[in-house]
Design a protein around this ligand. Structure first.
Ligand SMILES: Nc1ncnc2c1ncn2[C@@H]1O[C@H](COP(=O)(O)OP(=O)(O)O)[C@@H](O)[C@H]1O
Ligand SMILES: O=C(OP(=O)(O)O)[C@H](O)COP(=O)(O)O
Length: 401
């Protein structure tokens, strides 16, 4: 992917007094009382917005929240305004719509350095359809476009892709840039040795990631629910563990590919098994080759934790995607927590540690170690697609540097 122009490349005159259409990903979790339960994505959007405010731009913020079908009050962005205002240190204005006359009036009334948040852009079905007329209406609100919505950059929607055709320049925000620097830059040109840790529940959802990483890494550690498909492919009994029967040949071929490429592929040597899939299940540690009938593996065991940790000691770059076990149940969280702690420790010693979205990020946050890592991605699906080597439409649409 060609390097994209960044908001930091623009000149004072490009920004002062200009109306800037900024796509951010403010798709944060809300509880039943509309309280924000994790504001990571809002905080991550702040540097670009503050930069624009500081350069005298009129900032027009656009985001989606959830997956509404038409106008759905439950998915309004209004509950985000107080936190956003607090973080930005200004009173953020909120529009009841994202296009139309009222919005145009509010944009016209914005002072230099002012911030207007538009209502959920997915209230229009045209957004997800990437409708050109809708994109034009959004574009007509502003002079230039900044895309900082990394979490939504894998979607070719009107506000993430279409709008770039009608606004010049169209540039990446600081969060977008940081995500690309780590997830593309650090993975393409890693300090070696380079290790990847891949876990999670299914081989099928991570196959692209594993294949792409095999071409780059020195060490590949596999854990989580997907490991049982690899065990079974090697002829081990797996009890009632999660197995994708139709992926056994694929697992065998991945093991062979790793060997052919000289990648050190590590599978857990012991497993924490449970007599049912529940937080209060009975559990015990067994060797990988000794999973009893009727028991299911829900975490990696202590020997595996030790071996994995030692193998990581020599590395300079580590990327982690997917938990080592069912970390949502305290009893089966030890493997995932140990990996999180190990990465935090190594970060402190100068190792680059990158956490690629989704449940692994939740696990790192649960362990209170998020601020210790080199980079935590704000995009689950988007980071997976990047690690698979795919191009993101929201990035492709931006001007080259
Ligand atoms: N041994 C296992 N058996 C069943 N599910 C597992 C196991 N290990 C991990 N999981 C589940 O995998 C899920 C996360 O998988 P995935 O969505 O692929 O990860 P990520 O979101 O980090 O990409 C978690 O909900 C976790 O409980
Ligand atoms: O939360 C998001 O994706 P993620 O859960 O994969 O990180 C993004 O805001 C994209 O949302 P979408 O998957 O409804 O397009």
């Amino acid at each position: 992917m060609a390097t994209k122009k960044s908001v930091g490349d623009l000149k004072e005159a490009d920004l002062k007094g200009k109306k800037v259409f900024v796509r951010v990903d403010l798709n944060v979790p809300l509880d039943d009382n509309f309280n924000i339960t994790d504001d990571t994505r809002i905080r991550a959007a702040v540097p670009t917005i503050k930069y624009l405010m500081g350069h005298g731009s009129k900032v027009i913020l656009t985001s989606h929240l959830g997956r509404p079908k038409g106008v759905t009050p439950k998915y309004s962005l209004k509950p985000l305004v107080p936190r956003l205002s607090e973080l930005l240190g200004v009173e953020v204005k909120m529009a009841n719509d994202c296009i139309g006359e009222e919005v145009e009036k509010m944009v016209a009334a914005l002072p230099d350095g002012g911030v207007l948040l538009l209502e959920n852009v997915r209230f229009y079905k045209e957004e997800e359809k990437n409708d050109p007329e809708f994109a034009k209406k959004l574009a007509s609100l502003a002079d230039l476009y900044v895309n900082d919505a990394f979490g939504t950059a894998h979607r070719a929607h009107a506000s993430t892709e279409g709008v770039a055709k009608y606004l010049k320049p169209s540039v990446a925000g600081f969060l977008m840039q940081k995500e690309l620097d780590y997830l593309v830059g650090a993975v393409a040109n890693p300090k070696k040795p380079f290790a990847a840790i891949v876990g999670g529940s299914k081989v099928s959802t991570k196959i692209g990631v594993i294949e792409s990483l095999l071409a780059k890494v020195d060490i590949l550690i596999l854990g989580g629910g997907m490991m049982f498909t690899f065990y079974k492919a090697q002829g081990y009994a797996v009890g009632s563990s999660l197995v994708e029967e139709d992926k056994l040949d694929l697992a065998t071929s991945l093991l062979e590919k790793a060997k052919a490429k000289g990648v050190s592929l590590l599978l857990p040597t012991d497993v924490v098994v449970a007599d049912k899939f529940a937080a209060d299940a009975n559990s015990k540690v067994v060797p990988a080759s000794g999973i009893p009938d009727g028991w299911m593996g829900l975490d990696i065991g202590p020997d595996s934790i030790k071996t994995f940790s030692e193998s990581l000691d020599t590395t300079q770059t580590i990327i982690w995607n997917g938990p080592m076990g069912v970390f949502e149940f305290e009893k089966f969280a030890a493997g995932t927590e140990a990996v999180a702690k190990k990465l935090a420790e190594l970060s402190g010693k100068g190792v680059t540690t990158i956490i690629g979205g989704g449940d692994s990020v939740a696990a790192v946050e649960k362990a209170g170690l998020a601020d210790k890592m080199s980079h935590i991605s704000t995009g689950g699906g988007a980071s997976l697609e990047l690690l698979e080597g795919k191009q993101l439409p929201g990035v492709l649409a931006l001007n080259d540097a």
